[in-house]
Design a protein around this ligand. Structure first.
Ligand code: NDP
Length: 485
């Protein structure tokens, strides 16, 4: 039997092809409620696109734990070798609009959601272990330099390099972005990093600082500038096509999860500020511990429902995993959930892709747009007729056994000068890791846009490159001369 066409109220539709009109050539009647519903709903098909990470691709899969991490965390997805947890991952570019090309030179978002027994744990990271900034107060300014100029509506190399030249903490990430890893060949061929320092705590109440690394098992593959420029014209959606196609063909992409773990008190002695998002923890100081395998094996059935409305937030933490004093993380803990409330609505966690798979979801938040949408796993306190806590009516009760151990914080409440931190050593370390050909490609890529910026901006940037490594500065200067020749 064929499926019957209905309106949203379920009423069968007799004619979906012809408007109701007064005579064959006459005007359309306002009483054609089916026409009105179609047009009105069509006008509302878009939700606000993400200001950053607007263009993305997503898929579901499984995380399998290969090393028990119970000595560090009580989080259920990190306990018990062989433990499997469902995941959803969204990859993205950052600066472009939702229709922009996948082959842009841009960091890639790498957002992982673990649907754990104790709720959703989101690691909302990038394909880079660091970021351009160490303080969230600078984030809106930075993003404005990556977006279109307010007058010309064009991308703006002067704004981009002007900002970076005045914010030397960006140099490490700028070096990664302009390097041969700056344009991944696909989402499958890149690493992902939680980037921030998070905390883990175990059932003894001990805290550890942690960094998450997802290393691709497909191998790192990148595009040259020429390959990317061509691809942007031929197939601006190449990364979406690649991910969807691979999974549809049964060629499931996977990543190995590693953690770097630092005992809580080490942070006070460690010469590098472990909460500075512009820095990595060198592997020789904190070796990578192999923890598990993340494999993506299922495409979404509906892109809008499951990828566009996927609402990741670093504040989605679960018992055993917590925040750290990282200032950028602190800003994102607020900003992401707030963006989802604005973009999708206050009850975004009731949509199936966002809905926790935890055995129980009970809280005293109630009502709001789309309340009761019908998350298959979710209860809420109002269902039992009580909407406040504590109560004597059998409502949900707090669970003190999951309390996070106290975090020792000391110092004066103040605005601390971000220039007090060191900015150049790790950018130089990365440069010194590169082969001669990689260094030249880096310098040429920088020169292609830096040469379009004004003289003072170029001079400030050259001084930064030289501070990271003298040879880095000379090489970029020569590359700019070559562009101008
Ligand atoms: P190691 O020699 O132990 O590790 C070097 C790391 O650099 C590897 O993880 C490698 O990734 C990665 N790498 C190589 N080329 C690039 C590139 N163009 N862009 C980004 N990453 C790259 O060094 P250290 O731990 O002492 O760190 C030295 C420098 O390596 C850092 O300053 C940082 O720039 C970079 N790095 C460090 C990471 C860390 O967590 N310690 C993580 C990623 C980068 P792979 O193994 O996949 O080839």
């Amino acid at each position: 039997m064929s499926k019957r066409l209905t309106a949203q109220n379920g009423a069968p539709i007799a004619d979906d092809q012809n408007s109701l009109s007064l005579g064959a050539r006459g005007p359309v009647a306002l009483q054609d409620w089916h026409l009105i519903e179609k047009l009105a709903h069509f006008n509302r098909e878009r939700i606000p696109e993400r200001v950053v990470h607007a263009k993305g691709s997503g898929a579901y899969g499984i995380f399998t734990l290969t090393r028990d991490m119970s000595e560090f965390t009580l989080a259920d997805h990190f306990n018990g070798v062989g433990k499997q947890t469902e995941v959803m991952v969204r990859f993205s570019t950052v600066g472009g609009e939702s229709g922009s090309a996948d082959a842009e030179r841009d960091p890639r978002g790498f957002a992982v959601r673990f649907y754990t027994e104790n709720g959703n744990h989101d690691i909302v990271g990038n394909n880079t272990p660091v970021f351009f900034l160490r303080d969230g107060i600078k984030f809106p300014d930075f993003i404005h330099t990556q977006k279109r100029n307010p007058v010309t509506n064009l991308k703006d190399p002067e704004a981009m390099w002007d900002f970076w030249s005045l914010n030397p903490e960006a140099l490490h990430q700028v070096t990664i972005l302009m390097s041969d890893r700056g344009i991944p060949a696909s989402y499958r061929h890149m690493n992902g990093y939680g980037s921030h320092t998070f905390s883990l705590w175990n059932d003894q109440g001990e805290r550890f600082w942690v960094k998450f690394h997802f290393k691709t098992r497909q191998g790192i593959r990148n595009l040259s500038n020429t390959q990317a420029d061509k691809l942007k014209g031929i197939d601006p959606d190449h990364a979406q096509r690649d991910l969807y196609g691979a999974i549809a063909d049964g060629d499931f992409p996977s990543w190995t999860l590693y953690m770097q773990v630092m005992p809580e008190l080490d942070a006070e002695q460690y010469p590098i500020n472990p909460f500075d998002l512009t820095k990595v923890w060198p592997h020789k100081d904190y070796p990578l511990i192999e923890v598990g395998i993340l494999e993506l094996s299922r495409n979404p059935q509906n892109y809008f429902n499951e990828v566009e409305q996927a609402a990741f937030a670093p504040s989605n933490l679960v018992p055993g995993v917590g925040a750290s004093p990282d200032k950028m993380l602190q800003a994102r803990l607020f900003a992401y959930a707030d963006a989802q409330r604005y973009r999708v609505g206050a009850n975004y966690n009731q949509l199936p892709v966002n809905c926790p798979h935890a055995s129980q979801v009970n809280h005293y938040q109630r009502a709001g747009a789309m309340a009761g949408t019908g998350c298959p796993y979710q209860g809420d306190a109002s269902e039992s007729g009580v909407s406040y806590g504590p109560n004597t009516q059998g409502g949900p009760e707090q669970q003190p056994q999951f309390a996070e151990p106290p975090m020792k914080i000391s110092g004066d409440l103040d605005r601390y000068d971000r220039f007090a931190e060191e900015n150049f050593v790790q950018a130089g370390d990365l440069y010194r890791l590169m082969s001669d050909a990689q260094r030249q490609a880096l310098a040429d890529t920088i020169a292609a846009t830096l040469s379009q910026a004004s003289g003072p901006v170029q001079q400030r940037m050259l001084a930064q490159f030289s501070q990271a490594d003298e040879e880095y500065g000379h090489r970029v200067a020569r590359a700019i001369e070559a562009v101008n020749a």
